[in-house]
Design a protein around this ligand. Structure first.
Ligand SMILES: [Zn+2]
Length: 576
């Protein structure tokens, strides 16, 4: 058989195999993504710090600008300044329009370019961004055995942001470049968005939603899925698995403001200590397994106390006037409405317990000191912020609502950097001034950025398509991977994925807004923008150890090679 015919036949057989099996390819991307990651880590981009986040956004943008495709279509890559942000910083994105067919289907890849700080590096601070020298320095100063073993294995890259998550962004940059050279593989489009401020207030992705909406109009993009590449890690030191996550955990910050009745230490039973109310609340709220949230066979870790404090600045022999506390609360199935209801329930329970305890205690003290016992005057009194606000609105009408609104707006103008939790307390204090009955009470509310839970049930076509595409890509890439790759239904950390969809009803989001003292004055959550995109999400992310610690390190083979290949094949399956 002549050679040309032989080659022709081989080619023909290959095409048939590809056709039957669905297009499958394994990209040799390790070296390029490794180098790109190292260069991106070398540019410090600690969240909020001047210029850092913008410098990395510029780096990403420059990378795209120098690709032939974007020289031909310069409007398909852009650097974007965040909106409504007190910090000057930027994001960058690029998109490739497939030429294989006429589909408008579009996949969004997201990844954050900011990192946490480096103060914890101490004397090694100057090497925090040096992926070459940092491991050597660790060996010089001595590190724990596991870290030492990982350095010696040569499998890991160290450096702030290497794992969380510049390596993930680098993978997406590589894929954009690849598709810019092979747009004929895509019947549809892909866009990769590299956002700032993920580690703090998510201004980057919130700005991104606006850009995606603009492209929806300009390019007719029909968004079908979002792939994030945020970091993942093992559940125990022995865990050998790698994880791909559908959906996302949700997070709320149920908060409590307790106003008591102050008393002098000499008349200890004459007052109601707000610290006692909140201590009891912490006891029944923090790490209570009844408050774990289960969905699709996966369970959240229970709430945990993050703050409990009164407002006394100096030592006095008077008990505190008021105190506040807040708790991290993860969700898989619960809506903000569910969480505020549980918070109120628990506040009532804590209050009841304290009243009972105080009476018992006082009764015993009376017996011991031969004094006549009379039941203490305390009555359980708990409001949600929504209830308190409506009560005062009913009593005072616009006088109250306008005053509160003006107060909150002015406070935000005067102190734009004020912590959201402290801001919320100040608004509540202002409202409390309007209460006629100032006897002790607990007010429960939300005081942090809302991270929406995203549950993928597979009930919609988009969800089912994404689930199928990822499952088959994982199966395919597994052959090339050194460790088992497992899929789970909820990404277990807070991430920008939460802005890409909404699994809760709109009404339950009203409950979030109505219970947030900072709503629409300091804190904004644009439900319409989220719903305009609303795509199923998957996190095909970097893997490593010690995220947010000095010994943060990324598993190079999995992250620079297996991860982009899973993403690549998922894209081909959806748009091939
Ligand atoms: Zn991250």
């Amino acid at each position: 058989m002549p050679l040309t015919l032989k080659l022709y036949l081989i080619n023909y057989i290959m095409v048939v195999i590809i056709y039957i099996g669905g297009l499958r390819m394994y990209l040799e991307c390790f070296e390029e993504i490794k180098e790109l990651t190292s260069k991106m880590v070398a540019i410090p981009s600690i969240v909020r710090e001047p210029n850092g986040e913008t410098n990395v956004a510029k780096k990403v943008y420059d990378y795209y600008k120098n690709i032939d495709y974007f020289k031909k279509y310069p409007e398909r890559t852009k650097i974007v300044k965040t909106i409504n942000d007190e910090v000057d910083r930027h994001c960058a994105y690029a998109y490739v329009k497939g030429t294989k067919g006429n589909s408008n289907k579009t996949i969004i890849l997201i990844g954050h370019i900011d990192t946490v700080g480096v103060d914890d590096f101490g004397e090694l601070k100057e090497y925090a961004f040096d992926t070459e020298k940092l491991p050597e320095k660790f060996l010089e100063i001595g590190v724990e055995e596991e870290v030492k073993k990982d350095i010696e294995s040569g499998r890991y890259m160290f450096g702030r942001g290497a794992l969380d998550m510049k390596s993930g962004v680098a993978g997406h940059m590589y894929l954009i470049k690849y598709f810019s050279q092979h747009p004929d593989e895509l019947d549809g489009n892909i866009i990769a968005y590299a956002e700032c401020d993920e580690e703090d207030n998510s201004h980057g992705i919130i700005t991104g939603l606006k850009e995606f909406i603009k492209l929806q109009k300009k390019e007719n993009f029909e968004y079908i899925a979002c792939i994030n590449a945020d970091y993942s890690t093992g559940y125990t030191p022995e865990d050998k698995n790698r994880y791909v996550y559908y959906g996302s955990i949700g997070k709320l910050l149920p908060s409590f403001y307790a106003t008591g009745k102050e008393t002098h230490v000499g008349q200890a039973f004459g007052g109601l200590d707000p610290n006692l109310l909140l201590s009891e609340l912490t006891r029944i709220f923090s790490l209570n397994p009844d408050l774990c949230d289960e969905a699709q066979g996966e369970i959240t870790i229970p709430p945990i106390s993050l703050k409990q404090s009164d407002f006394k600045e100096k030592y006095t022999v008077q008990t505190a006037l008021a105190a506040y506390s807040y708790y991290n609360f993860f969700t898989h199935s619960m809506s903000p409405k569910d969480v505020i209801e549980i918070s109120k329930e628990k506040a009532v329970e804590a209050y009841d317990n304290v009243v009972e305890y105080l009476n018992k205690s006082y009764k015993k003290y009376c017996e011991m000191s031969n004094v006549e016992y009379k039941t203490l005057p305390w009555k359980t009194r708990v409001y949600t912020w929504e209830e308190l606000y409506s009560k005062l609105k009913n009593e005072y009408g616009d006088d109250f609502t306008q005053q509160i609104n003006t107060f909150a707006n002015n406070l935000n103008k005067e102190k734009p950097a004020l912590d959201l939790r402290v801001f919320s307390v100040k608004v509540i204090e202002e409202a409390w001034k309007w209460m006629k009955d100032k006897s002790p009470a607990i007010i429960t509310y939300f005081s942090s950025t809302f991270s929406a839970r995203i549950e993928m049930t597979g009930k919609t076509k988009k969800e089912k398509d994404l689930l199928d595409a990822v499952e088959s890509s994982v199966k395919y890439v597994q052959k090339y991977a050194d460790n088992p790759i497992k899929t789970r239904m909820f990404y277990p950390y807070i991430s920008d994925s939460s802005f890409m969809a909404l699994s809760d009803d709109i009404e339950t989001i009203d409950s979030l807004g109505n219970n947030m003292p900072a709503w629409n004055t300091k804190y904004f959550y644009n439900v319409d923008d989220v719903l305009a995109i609303n795509v199923p999400v998957v996190n095909i992310g970097t893997f490593g150890k010690d995220g947010h610690k000095t010994t943060e390190r990324v598993d190079m083979k999995y992250t620079f090679e297996n991860v982009p290949n899973m993403t690549y094949n998922t894209i081909l399956k959806l748009l091939g």
